[in-house]
Design a protein around this ligand. Structure first.
Ligand code: ADP
Ligand code: F6P
Length: 319
């Protein structure tokens, strides 16, 4: 019996379950058996697998997290472990694996493809930091969660005439900060991609205060700076009472939005079609709203320009 494997790797993202369901159902529909590999590449090395039938992926399309669990498997960066995984795949009779995760997970998928197991990467991360694709599974849910949280913070900031400095996730990428900041009408958005000056931000806040604005939201991407220091500087230089919030892992959980469920379904289906044609070492991506695929190594070498136009628009609209 031909078998296809599926695993989730790296940080979880809402919509990963919808992708697991899509891969499973598409493969079953084409006459394959499906093997769920638990805890990313770890499960492949340890033989922690489960057979997935149609009903095993029922009632998961709407659930956050990943029913396959996930992990960051550092050993998989070593070729010896890739070869060990290849041997496991042979024992499991896998014709290929769909790997749902980010760039690191795709590097593992490229290595495993090189070792002889065709792998297809599906972009699953809240950060939207995968260059070959304009969209990653989980991004929309995370942004909407963050937006709702900042809306709540704004209620209390407004009531107290305060400034709220809110840190959102994104690792080294400012996509969540940019979009959430725009959506909440932030006074300033601080991301790693755009050089910022605290003096400019302070002056903007002062000017806006003179123009009768009494509360302020500043959205900061994690890793750019210390939000306590940013908040203190705003307080010291403007006299406005300021508070900080780190949204953290709340952004990674929750039921996926319609967009994440739909994109996960499309991409999962597309990935199985590639494997069914005997094609491996590819990443499924979205370009101009269409689902496409790229060679994994070419995908990893791509660069995605930051949306500086949106950044400018958000900046010009907040005063
Ligand atoms: P995250 O950004 O949440 O860490 P990634 O998809 O980038 O998610 O996952 C990183 C994980 O990918 C690593 O912890 C490891 O388990 C796996 N991985 C497998 N092979 C490699 C590799 N060659 N380089 C980096 N990561 C790899
Ligand atoms: O990649 C997703 C992400 O949530 C990043 O935004 C964040 O930097 C990181 O993962 C946090 O990872 P951990 O699971 O180790 O807390």
């Amino acid at each position: 019996m031909k078998r296809i494997g599926v695993l989730t790797s790296g940080g979880d993202a809402p919509g990963m379950n919808a992708a697991v369901r899509a891969v499973t159902r598409a493969a079953l529909g084409k006459g394959y058996e499906v093997v769920g590999i638990k805890r990313g590449y770890n499960g492949l090395l340890n033989g922690e697998t489960v057979n997935l039938g149609a009903r095993d992926v029922s009632n998961i399309i709407q659930r956050g997290g990943t029913v396959l669990y996930t992990a960051r498997c550092l050993e998989f960066k070593e070729w010896d472990y890739v070869l060990k995984a290849k041997q496991k795949c042979d024992e499991l009779n896998l014709v290929g694996i769909v790997v749902i995760g980010g760039d690191g997970s795709f590097r593992g998928a490229a290595d495993l493809s090189k070792a002889g197991v065709p792998c297809i990467g599906l972009p699953g991360t809240i950060d939207n930091d995968i260059s070959c694709t304009e969209y990653t599974i989980g991004y929309d849910t995370a942004m909407n969660t963050a937006m709702e949280m900042v809306d709540k913070i704004r209620d209390t900031a407004m009531s107290h005439d305060r400034c709220s400095v809110v840190e959102v996730m994104g690792r080294n990428a400012g996509w969540i900060a940019l979009n959430v900041g725009t959506a909440v009408g932030a006074m300033a958005i601080i991301t790693p991609e755009v050089k910022f000056s605290m003096d400019d931000i302070v002056n903007k806040i002062k000017k806006s205060k003179e123009n009768k604005r009494q509360h302020f939201i500043v959205v900061v991407s994690e890793g750019v700076g210390n939000i306590e220091e940013i908040s203190k500087e705003i307080h010291d230089k403007t006299g406005i009472d300021s508070r900080t919030t780190i949204l953290g892992h709340v952004q990674r959980g929750g039921s996926p939005t319609l967009r994440d469920r739909v994109v996960a379904s499309e991409m999962g289906y597309y990935a199985v079609n590639l494997l069914d044609k005997g094609i491996g070492n590819r990443v499924v991506a979205m370009q101009n709203s269409k689902i496409v695929d790229f060679d994994i190594n070419e995908a990893l070498a791509m660069k995605k320009p930051f949306d500086e136009n949106l950044y400018r628009i958000a900046d010009e609209l907040s005063f």
